[in-house]
Design a protein around this ligand. Sequence first.
Ligand SMILES: [Zn+2]
Length: 298
Amino acid sequence: VSGIPVIWSAGYACEIGVHVFPVEKYELVHQALLACGAVAPGATLEPGPPSRVLLAGAHTDAYLDDLEGLVWSERTGRSELPLTAGIVGAFSLAGSGTALAAREALRHGAAVHVGGGLHHAYADHAEGFCYVNDLAVGIRALQREGLVKRAAVVDLDVHQGNGTAHIFRDDPDVFTLSVHQERNYPVPKETGDLDVGLENGTGDQDYLDAIGPALERVWAHQPQIVLYQAGADPFERDQLGGLSLTFRGLAARDREVLRGCRARGIPVVTTLGGGYAMDTADTVRIHVTTCLETLALG
Ligand SMILES: [Zn+2]
């Protein structure tokens, strides 16, 4: 069993009806980590309910008011999820989860959040399947607490991390890298510190060739923590992605990021991000592999 903490909550489950987003994946990934002995029973850390102050680190008061009141507005209405207390609560809790994981990563060198990576949420509005940008919530919490100044987001989801890029666009202390499929949602894209837009059908080797130099730019920023958005949707059989990575390529991607952090002594938080494989078991398998690669750092 690794000394690296795993963060998850049963509260990530919510009812979203028939939807391409497999919200059950959080529980399935956690179960798989227990089943293979990677995490001991009872060892999982559960985030507490997110405070308003925590969420306000990344989001505007007007938007948080709409979320709390379940008000359908121009701020909440760009979400592609229903606006219910259960859904908003589950994804707000993920903000608390990433903040907890970030604090744990500072103490243990790494942490696994079996959740989060909700990179399309902006400071003042929802987008895609994202109400709360947990990555930004986590970084802002550490900055506010004086635990770190410089941070980086390594976002390897198939979709650009537009919300994250926008939230940190004026913060020179936070470097945002997004490597994504160029011709895919979101359109138009935001400008992060480094955006690498890949051609349709990019496979394992070309992908790995692209992230190597991109990660060098991250290391040059000298972050005191890296938040890794390890989206499973660059997978070749993803319904919302048009890249062609295999299981093996995705695992190599994870190792490149995680071992790169470890080699430089940079604490790293793994978050799950997207994943819409035809077969949800494939998405779960990819996420579990990412979690195991992170736990292997301990
Ligand atoms: Zn995605």
